[in-house]
Ligand binder design. Sequence first.
Ligand code: NAP
Length: 279
Amino acid sequence: MKIGIVGLGLIGGCLGLDLRQLGHTVLGVARRPETCSEALRRGIVDRATSELALLELAEVVFICTPIAAIVPTVKALAAVLPASAVITDVGSVKTAIAVPAAQLWPNFVGGHPMSGKSEAGLAAAEAGIFSCRPYVLTPLAETPPAAVALVADLAEQLRSELCCCSPLAHDRAVAWISHLPVMVSAGLIQACLNEPDPTIAHLAQRLASSGFRDTSRVGGGNPELGMMMARYNREPLLRSLYHYQAAFGQLIQQIENEDWQALATQLAAAAAARQDFVD
Ligand code: NAP
């Protein structure tokens, strides 16, 4: 199959590596000529240029740019692709993309491979990151079933675990498990910075160890990612943040009231429920 990839960064690069290994012809489009050369050198693509016209014979195109560029890329591709071509994306939010993209291109299937790394860019791309990880597709009621089946088949070829849901269900779910943790973790670091006594603040920094490393990791990462979550998944993120605020308020109240029984019950429930989210 002739497959186009627009945006040869981490996810675009990983997809190119796997799809070529599966025997597909991969046509890559990157903004910078040096990215094209690097993708060719590493065998991530069969051909690469900065021109979308390269994709005029593509049967399916994966858009792997930052979120803000996805819908404009669909619009630009609409002037280049045959009507039969399927466009999909890998953006980490779906409602803000799937609805306007489908208006521009009926054969659009929103997607989100739940795989990644903390590093960005083509240099970090590696084979096999989609294997045994969920790959979410968010078709709309009017999305042609053949287009969904084509992207689903490719996700299964990548050995991903296919998951289909509405764009809103996706956005609410990732708000809980991905976007809320970033805000909670960033808030934790921010709160520590509010310690008024410099001696205590310095001592806390010296004593910080594995617990703080784990809980501050996602909030102390790339600030652009947090901004992207807040801007493009605002309503679902606020919905989760308000629930978090209520749960946190309850913990504060139990400690203020020295209600150790209630606190113990809540902590035990949290410990038991954690395994439902992570192995
Ligand atoms: P990345 O490594 O920074 O790669 C983004 C690529 O898009 C870069 O190659 C960049 O080109 C290119 N690009 C930037 N602006 C563009 C534009 N206006 N037009 C065309 N190309 C443009 O980012 P990534 O982590 O792969 O993320 C890409 C997408 O995957 C995002 O939508 C993100 O939500 C989604 N996603 C990410 C992860 C993750 O863990 N990282 C996981 C799942 C999904 P240059 O090299 O020229 O700057």
